[in-house]
Design a protein around this ligand. Structure first.
Ligand SMILES: [Zn+2]
Length: 737
């Protein structure tokens, strides 16, 4: 009888398969073999697409004439530094005594691609090929995956989508980066004062850069408006003014919004009117409204939601979160992490008590015990947390219930992320949280004032989700405070106060919110409840978003503040944005980028043909590259780009009055060649939670010291003084005012 060959994506996973299958064989050069089985492994990708120069040496030079580069047939090659492992894998796949191949690479598009590329380069005539598709790496699940492995052919559509994704990134990356660099490279060098600039353009990457640049410009162009609100104070309670149809200010141009005036004098005018023939000022309690509001536990984590929470709570990047969950997955603690779904499948829900029972020895013994005793999991299938229609390949991230004994040996961050996942999971078995709201409306003459108060009356799932943001009053206080108020009662107003309000600029993206915005075609929905309902098409996939962000940071188009996780574009990033905006704006449109992603998912589900997709793709590239080749607009675009205010700092060096220049690490003096060492290090700004903002640098250069708001919203005192770092002048300080 022939042997079974198991091929995994990486060595650690291969060892796990060998252990579960009881394959106790010799570990040889790149594989393990027993009587009836062989286990081998890739080391991630072993094969990739060949660069243009492999098609034709002449294509090594970047020339307009050779673009667009769209080969009829794509070439692939073994990656040089993993050649040995490729040979080992090839040797096993081509063995005469191997009868069945079990593909055990990661259960996703990229995992499929890793195997298919290898398969393409070897000869496996007549062998049976099966695909092992699993949701976790527990023993049971691995065995189930092997037992229920389907024919590899059933995953051909997924494979087509994987190939097309790579081709699309390749064609857009190569053609656009080349044409943009040829045309605009010098322009960038001139603006940035560098020798040579390559312009890196990517299908998803450039779109994300655009989101970050646009947001920065909205903030830069934002003009703050101040308005004036009026409160009526009675017995220590502040009632807030709100205009309604009975008001003498209804639809008045003096109003800024329904609760504030354009000018302070109008606020005084209102107070004067309220006091006129009415002293002491009397008010009538017109309405006391009590309402109750329930909030259900949120849906489970998918990767984007988890990355957002980790960015917010732990200040770690999506890339770091992905690494951590991958580790937790390989330690069998959690289910497959690269998932979009926030719900469970019916079949998993049926056996969910297994996951719960496994958690009994984890830190929430009491809570888990209660869920099990009261069988709170029995009706799970009928809740919003279970929905087969909302699952494509994997369900939400939940604890498997296995490997709990190993939690103590995890690193600190791994432990925290695991706990987040467990809390989120247990929460769905908890009751909803309930709030009581009291609204008291008082009337002074024709004008209405409101007092709103809210208290959490039942914490429900908040007990496990530990939302410490809950700083409402408790119920007793709420009732006590307002028990003296009765409808129709007259009260005295002790005083009026005028409060300034101001409009706020949009917020910068941080590493978490950008992932959420990518998940929803460029729109960030801040409210988690709303996010549950709206599921748009995404930019990138769960598996790729973190890497795209890391790449933008690596090539210095964006800056990620390590302390605050806030994203800002660099000067280079902004110029690239302007170039793309002027010459190929569709690359910046989230909806457009998301539509490509949607196309790929339609290929995956067999809705459209890959030929049609390819045609659309090559058509897009040909049209756009040929348009750029015509050159007729270039001069205009050059001028347009040169005329955009760059926000390059205009400040002067504090030592020698030289010009201030900027690179990725610092703002420095143009006289550095003559020995001036003046520098403002960007990471010094980061370390005090201040974003890299050229206007801020100018402001500081113009003064000796100033107070700025940090991302934590506290005031930070900033001054320029000597630093210990090589004796240069530097910006520093984190002292309270
Ligand atoms: Zn200087």
């Amino acid at each position: 009888m022939g042997k079974n060959l198991y091929i995994a994506e990486k060595p650690s996973v291969a060892m796990e398969f060998a252990r579960v299958l009881g394959i106790k064989g010799m570990k040889r050069n790149g594989y393990i073999e027993s009587e009836d089985s062989v286990v081998t492994w890739c080391v991630g990708h072993l094969v990739n697409m060949s660069y243009p120069e492999k098609y034709d040496v002449e294509l090594k030079k970047w020339k307009v004439e050779t673009l667009p580069f769209i080969p009829d047939e794509f070439r692939y090659e073994v990656i040089e530094n993993v050649k040995n492992q490729f040979e080992a894998v090839k040797g096993q796949l081509e063995r005469k005594d191997v009868e069945t191949i079990y593909v055990c690479t990661d259960s996703g598009r990229e995992g499929e691609y890793i195997y298919r590329l290898v398969d393409m380069m070897v000869v496996t005539n007549g062998k049976v090929k099966k695909r092992v598709w699993i949701d976790s790496q527990t023993e049971d699940e691995i065995l189930r995956g092997i037992r229920e492995a389907k024919d590899l052919g059933e995953y051909d559509n997924l494979s087509s989508a994987a190939y097309l994704r790579a081709i699309e990134d390749y064609l857009i990356g190569i053609n656009c980066s080349r044409i943009f660099t040829i045309i605009y490279g010098n322009l960038i060098s001139n603006i940035l004062n560098t020798k040579y600039s390559v312009i890196a353009v990517g299908r998803v990457m450039t779109c994300v850069l655009g989101m970050i640049v646009q947001r920065e410009r909205e903030i830069r162009n934002f003009v703050k408006s101040v308005y004036y609100k009026v409160n009526a104070v009675s017995c220590g309670n502040s009632f807030k003014y709100k205009v309604d149809t009975e008001s003498i200010y209804f639809a008045s141009p003096k109003l800024f919004n329904e609760s504030g005036f354009n000018k302070e004098e109008y606020a005084h005018e209102l107070i004067k009117y309220l006091k006129e023939d009415n002293e002491p000022v009397k008010a009538m309690i017109e309405e006391i409204k009590k309402t109750k509001e329930a909030r259900n536990p949120p849906l489970l984590y998918n990767l984007a939601e988890l990355q957002n929470d980790c960015s917010k709570k732990m200040k770690i990047s999506p890339d770091e979160t992905l690494k951590i969950v991958q580790e937790l997955y390989e330690k069998k603690l959690i289910t497959y992490p690269r998932t979009d779904a926030r719900v469970l499948s019916t079949s998993v829900a049926k056996e969910i008590d297994k996951n719960l029972k496994g958690l009994i020895n984890y830190k929430f013994k009491e809570e888990v015990g209660k869920i099990l005793d009261e069988k709170k999991y029995e009706k799970l299938s009928r809740t919003k947390y279970v929905d087969d229609k909302k699952i494509t390949d994997h369900y939400a991230i939940i604890p498997t219930g296995f490997g709990i004994g190993g939690v103590d040996r995890l690193g600190e961050q791994q432990r925290i992320v695991f706990e987040l996942i467990v809390r989120r999971f247990l929460a769905i078995f908890f009751e909803s949280a309930e709030y009581k709201k009291i609204t008291i409306k008082i009337k002074i003459k024709t004008e209405s004032f409101y007092l709103n108060s809210k208290a959490c009356v039942k914490r429900g799932y908040l007990d496990i989700l530990d939302d410490s943001s809950n700083d409402d009053e408790d119920e007793n206080n709420l009732d006590n405070n307002f028990s003296s108020f009765k409808k129709g009662q007259e009260i005295l107003v002790d005083d009026f106060e005028i409060k300034e309000g101001e409009t706020t600029p949009p917020k910068r993206y941080n590493s978490g919110t950008i992932i959420l915005a990518m998940e929803n075609a460029g729109k960030l929905i801040e409210d988690e409840d709303l996010r549950e309902q709206i599921k748009g098409s995404g930019i990138g996939t769960s598996a790729t978003r973190a890497e795209i962000l890391s790449k933008l940071e690596r090539i210095e188009y964006i800056n990620l503040n390590k302390k605050t996780q806030i994203l800002t574009p660099t000067l280079t990033g902004e110029i690239i944005y302007d170039i793309v905006k002027c010459s190929m704006p569709t690359l910046l449109e989230p909806e457009f980028t998301a539509s490509w992603e949607k196309g790929l998912s339609m290929i995956e589900h067999g809705v459209i043909e890959k030929g049609d997709y390819m045609q659309k793709l090559t058509g897009y590239i040909e049209k756009n590259i040929n348009k750029l080749k015509l050159k007729k607009d270039h001069k205009m675009i050059f001028n347009q780009i040169l005329n955009i205010p760059r926000n390059i700092t205009k400040g002067k060096c504090k030592c020698c009055n030289g010009e201030i220049q900027e690179n990725s690490k610092a703002f420095y003096c143009s006289n550095y060649k003559n020995g001036c060492e003046f520098k403002i290090w960007k990471n010094e700004l980061e370390s005090i939670g201040v974003e890299i903002d050229r206007k801020l640098v100018d402001d500081i250069l113009g003064k000796d010291s100033m107070v700025v708001k940090s991302a934590g919203a506290e005031d930070v005192y900033v001054s320029i003084r000597d630093s210990k770092r090589g004796g240069v002048m530097i910006l520093l300080a984190n002292e309270n005012k």
